[in-house]
Every structure is written in C-alpha cells, then in structure tokens.
Design a protein around this ligand. Structure first.
Ligand SMILES: [Zn+2]
Ligand SMILES: [Zn+2]
Length: 252
C-alpha cells in the first residue's frame, strides 16, 4: 500500500482544510507520513504569503509535537518562474523547507517580461491548441533540467500539466539527481506509453500523491493507482509503495 502522501494543500494557499485536519485524516487512513506542500510564493492567486511563513512553521511545529505517530514534512509546491529554471524560493528558504515539490503553473509572477512573452504565453497557447513547437519543447525541457540541477527538488508535481516537455530527458535528469516524478491524484497527464518509456529507459522512480485541496481527498490515490495497475508499473519503482521514500533534499 501507499504509506505517505507528500502533496497536500491548506488554506495558506488553495486548500480548504487546515494542516491539523489533513494530519488527522492521514492518521485515520493509517498513513505513516504526510507533507504539506502549499502553492509557492509567486503563484498569482493561491500563493503562500512570505509574511505568513514564520507562523506556518510554528503551526507545523506544534502539530508535530501533538501528533508524534505520523511524520509531517513542511514543504512547498514551488513554481517554475522562468525559462532558465528559476523557482520561487531563495537560498534562505532551503534551510526551512523540509520537502521541495516543484511544478509548472500558468498563473505565476515570472522573473521578467521576456519570459512572459517567450515562455508563459507560448505555453498557454500551445496547451490551448494542443500543439507545442520543437523549439518550445526544447526550451521547456531545458527549464526543468536547469531547475533540477540548481535546486534539491524532491518531487516534480504533475509532469506535463500545462507545459509539454521531453519526458525522457526530464526523467533522465530526475534519475540522475534522485528526484521523484509524481503520479498526481487529480491529473496524470503523461500518456501510458510515455510513463512506460521513462521506466524502461531510465532508473527514475515515481511517487504517488493526492494533491488534496480538502481533507476528504487526503490519501485519495485512486487515479494514480489505476494507472499503476493498468500499465503494470513495478512497485519497486514507486517510492512510497510499502516503503518510505528517501528524499533528495535529505540525502547528504
Ligand atoms: Zn500543482
Ligand atoms: Zn498542488
């Protein structure tokens, strides 16, 4: 079974249920580990506010004391904010973050106007019309690979959602750095054949997460589990199946 859920939201970003409610639900479900990974600082509408971070850390710390039977990581679902692979975190954040999830979201404050016109808008239209040019595909892939090189990213959230990349190249980089690719509870955008190809040609491991925005969805792995069963992903390639993941940012 899946032992941990490493991507859940709270009202600090776009979630409805509190950190405590998510924790209590995870305990009820028998999960051993949980991560809070709210939307990063530069999401336009659902961002965690920097000014709240200290308070969030205190909230997390008191809940860790209150619920010793479950390990709760305080993470963040950081945003890719440039074609160079910048994430919306600074060096100091790395000292406080216990889990770094990184994903592409359409509505973020980019680093510069050039990226708005040459990265975000082209991807917006590419997704709208279902066609990504080779040039944009290469740019997107480089953005992910640069981010993987520059930051100790633990999990890439919902790959291929809102942006199309060369999944084999991204999977190779993930395997190299020890970053997990997510099978997301709300959306698995990679086609079956692509997931199988990354497993066959690289050593990448996947991780199953709910991406819950309310407590009733914490630990809901039905969509990713249906993919695992349908295409027969070997369980040893699922980082949180019957075992606990070893996250990249925690390795020395
Ligand atoms: Zn997301
Ligand atoms: Zn999310």
């Amino acid at each position: 079974m899946i032992l941990g859920d490493y991507h859940t939201h709270t009202p600090h970003s776009h979630g409805k249920s509190t950190m405590e409610q998510n924790i209590v639900r995870a305990i009820e479900l028998g999960l051993k580990e949980l991560a809070i990974a709210d939307h990063g600082f530069r999401h336009m509408t659902y961002n965690v506010r920097r000014g709240d971070w200290h308070h969030i850390m205190n909230e997390h710390e008191s809940l860790v004391q209150k619920y010793p039977d479950i390990k709760v990581y305080l993470g963040l679902e950081t945003n890719l904010v440039s074609s160079k692979g910048d994430l919306d975190i600074i060096d100091e954040d790395l000292e406080h973050l216990q889990l770094i999830v990184a994903g592409f979201h359409k509505y973020v404050k980019s680093n510069n106007w050039k990226d708005v016109f040459s990265f975000y808008m082209p991807n917006f239209f590419a997704e709208l019309f279902g066609k990504t040019t080779r040039r944009l595909l290469a740019k997107n892939t480089d953005a992910y690979i640069n981010a993987l090189e520059r930051y100790p990213i633990d999990i890439i959230s919902h790959p291929q959602y809102g942006i199309t990349v060369d999944m084999l190249e991204v999977a190779k980089a993930c395997a190299h750095y020890g970053t997990y690719l997510e099978l997301n509870g709300k959306r698995v955008k990679s086609p079956d054949s692509e997931i199988l190809m990354t497993l066959e040609k690289t050593q990448v491991c996947y991780i199953v997460n709910s991406d819950a925005h309310s407590l009733d969805r914490v630990g809901d792995f039905s969509l990713p589990m249906s993919v695992i069963e349908r295409i027969k992903i070997p369980y040893e390639r699922v980082a949180n199946w019957d075992k606990l993941p070893t996250f990249r940012s925690h390795r020395k």
